[in-house]
Design a protein around this ligand. Structure first.
Ligand SMILES: [Zn+2]
Length: 435
């Protein structure tokens, strides 16, 4: 896939989208923790070798970033909007040559990882008749997150290869072992999304991650990783992105009226590993685990289809009647201070003011009741389902409305002393509340 004027086209896209959105954006100056700090604090691991895993991932991340051949264009997404010149080329993926204008179902297998039996999962590919970038959609990296599985199916089966510029690769179920068991984790209770880009000589999780990253993800020019909330929590459909990376920012601007949340990815997540390898990546979160939620699925599909149009891969469709949603540069989880039965007084998407009642926690034995109030003015972008909670349980995720300057690029990130406590992304990863 060749392009003649990638940077110029990227600028046009970025400027156009910025102008369209600028009037409604809420901006802020706070920046979350430095991405380089994230790896050290990740403790969301149910195995006893979390420490060796951390160093393993860190070492392999560097090695693999060097090993993966660099992309021919230095701003991968720019390819997306330069479809006017050149001819579409066959796509070589998983030992298969996919001709322009064709649709195919391949199979990826991390070969003989479990009891010597290969476990394979489908990889859907639509290679457009026109030249363009390769956009990848991945779902169920956590095996119990079903909404994304259906989103990938809907998006991929709705594409017309004759009218598509570039290619779309959809992997509906990355963690097929977890999916079969209805579990977030791999059979060895590791979280696959803490092991990217993987290690061919590491743990089972690291090997699966490495196989997937080199065989599939390395072929992408941009990536959208689909997730839901975890552990009986649901998320308002939202894009999570490191808004200090300009290529990632450009990607977020294509999704239409979706909430965008600044979130620096932890080392080991697919989002982090892909972006480090020069492939701008975002997470699309929608709904909760272990169920199919049609409204969330439709919202996500609409966002992805809008992106496909916005980056020039398909003719423009007008999908959104609503105004763009604000960008939240900061967010905070409100935690339970007592244990008991949590009942919410707000719903996903509710607008809240500082001091508003979010929910109550009632001790089922003593009947003592406590209230949770919002410390911020903002919007409920994630929340726990009604359930029994312990003190410290993260119950409501508030996107904080602010009116400050946008975040700086990574090189200008503030010193640690200025990092606001409530933007500490590492806590989210520890609690499994981020992808
Ligand atoms: Zn997830």
């Amino acid at each position: 896939m060749t392009s003649q004027h990638p940077k110029k086209a990227l600028c046009h896209l970025a400027i156009g989208l910025l102008l369209a959105a600028a009037s409604t954006w809420v901006v802020a100056a706070e920046v979350a923790v430095d991405p380089a700090d994230n790896g050290a604090n990740i403790r969301d691991d149910t195995t006893d070798d979390a420490d060796s895993r951390s160093s393993e991932v860190a070492a392999m991340a560097q090695e693999l970033v060097e090993a993966v051949p660099s992309h021919p264009q230095d701003v991968p997404l720019a390819e997306a909007v330069t479809t006017a010149e050149g001819l579409a080329e066959p796509l070589l993926l998983l030992d298969t040559e996919i001709a322009p204008g064709s649709t195919i179902r391949l199979s990826w297998s991390a070969t003989e990882l479990f009891e010597g039996v290969p476990v394979s999962t489908p990889v859907l590919v639509v290679n457009g008749a026109l030249p363009g970038p390769t956009l990848c959609l991945t779902a169920a990296v956590h095996g119990d997150e079903l909404n994304g599985v259906e989103m990938v199916r809907r998006v991929l089966h709705d594409l017309n290869a004759e009218k598509l510029s570039g290619a779309i690769i959809g992997v509906p179920i990355v963690n097929v072992q977890g999916f079969r068991r209805g579990s977030r984790y791999l059979p060895d209770r590791r979280d696959l999304n803490r092991y990217f880009p993987g290690n061919p000589k590491g743990s089972a999780a690291a090997r699966i991650a490495h196989s997937f990253f080199t065989n599939v993800v390395a072929h992408c020019d941009a990536l959208v990783d689909l997730h839901t909330g975890s552990f009986e929590r649901a998320n308002l459909p939202q894009i999570r992105a490191d808004l200090r990376n300009p290529d990632v920012v450009t990607l977020t601007q294509g999704f239409g009226a979706m909430v965008i949340l600044h979130s620096s990815p932890a080392v080991g997540t697919l989002r982090h590993a892909a972006t480090e390898a020069g492939i701008p990546a975002v997470t699309l979160e929608a709904g909760g685990p272990s169920q199919l939620e049609l409204n969330e699925v439709k919202h996500g599909v609409k966002g992805i289809q809008t992106l496909i149009s916005a980056i020039g891969m398909m003719r423009k469709k007008r999908l959104w009647a609503a105004d763009p949603e604000p960008v939240y540069y900061r967010s905070s989880w409100v935690r339970a201070d007592s244990g008991g039965i949590l009942l919410a007084d707000v719903s996903l998407g509710s607008t809240v003011r500082e001091g508003d009642l979010l929910g109550t926690i009632t001790d089922p034995m003593s009947n003592a009741r406590s209230e949770l109030h919002s410390p911020y003015t903002g919007r409920i972008i994630g929340m726990a389902r009604n359930q029994v909670v312990m003190p410290g349980f993260a119950a409501f995720h508030v996107g904080i409305a602010t009116a400050e300057a946008p975040v700086d690029p990574p090189v200008e990130a503030p010193a640690e002393s200025t990092v606001h406590e409530d933007t500490d992304a590492s806590d989210d990863y520890v609690d499994g509340m981020s992808e």
